[in-house]
Write a protein that binds this ligand. Structure first.
Ligand code: GRF
Length: 238
């Protein structure tokens, strides 16, 4: 069977990346990992990729955003960036959010995304997998990856059973709510935050004695099973 080429983006420890590397290396999934990019320099996930012989790169989002605090240089924006179009497409901000805040967010992210695309488009890639990538992607970036209409090509893993508990702390929010079932979700990325079509989910039981650490441990173990399965599902339909 034809293997798909998978690009990966991470922000941290990369245990999901490791699960995907292991699944690819042992041919449990029909996929080759062609690169690992990170928004954070020096993270363990980059080491994991390098250890597996995978190309790596870093786009330092924090540095880019900090450098824009005293004003955004229009020259740093992608030449094909149309602010009004991206603002109209995005579903990240509630109506009434101060326009300066929306503009700063979309423009700084587009500057970073231009750099991401500079690396990514060097590769022949079928699927982009966000494996603990903690940055929101804007429609500017998404449209340049999803170039075939109607075909999603960016997958994300979320640490909760969507549509419950979107946002950055899925396990924490699940635990603090007092849920007795937790879980994880793999979904495609769309123009909102954690709103795209669901590809797969796994659940686990939360016992009364469980701590937040227990919930995270159980959840991650499910993530490591779920992500390779969802990548294989994509490969099967390719
Ligand atoms: C995972 O819990 C994932 O769901 C969330 O960030 C965490 C990443 O963990 N988005 P790791 O870097 O794969 O170990």
């Amino acid at each position: 069977m034809k293997k798909i080429n998978v690009g990966t983006l991470i922000s941290g420890g990369g245990t999901n990346l490791q699960a995907i590397i292991d699944a690819a290396q042992s041919n449990r999934i029909s996929a080759d990992i062609v690169f690992t990019g990170s928004d954070n320099p020096g993270v363990k996930g980059l080491e994991r990729a390098q250890h597996a012989g995978i190309d790596t790169f870093v786009v330092d989002y924090s540095k880019i955003i900090k450098s824009c605090k005293n004003g955004i240089k229009e020259d740093d924006l992608p030449t094909d960036f149309n602010f009004e179009e991206i603002k109209a497409k995005q579903k990240l901000f509630k109506a009434g959010t101060p326009s300066g805040q929306v503009a700063f967010f979309l423009k700084t992210r587009a500057i970073a995304e231009k750099k991401l695309l500079g690396h990514i488009l060097e590769y022949d890639m079928d699927l982009l997998v966000l494996a603990g990538f903690m940055r929101v992607l804007t429609p500017y970036f998404i449209d340049r990856i999803n170039t075939l209409s109607g075909r999603h090509r960016i997958m994300n893993i979320h640490p909760a059973l969507l549509p419950s508990f979107p946002g950055t702390d899925g396990y924490g929010d699940t635990f603090r709510y007092g849920c007795k079932i937790g879980g994880c979700t793999v979904h495609y990325i769309d123009y909102g935050e954690d709103t795209g079509p669901i590809i797969g989910q796994k659940a686990f039981e939360i016992e009364d004695k469980d701590t937040l650490e227990d919930v995270k441990r159980k959840g991650l173990a499910k993530e490591w099973e779920l992500y390779p399965q969802c990548i294989q599902k994509f490969a099967d339909s390719f």
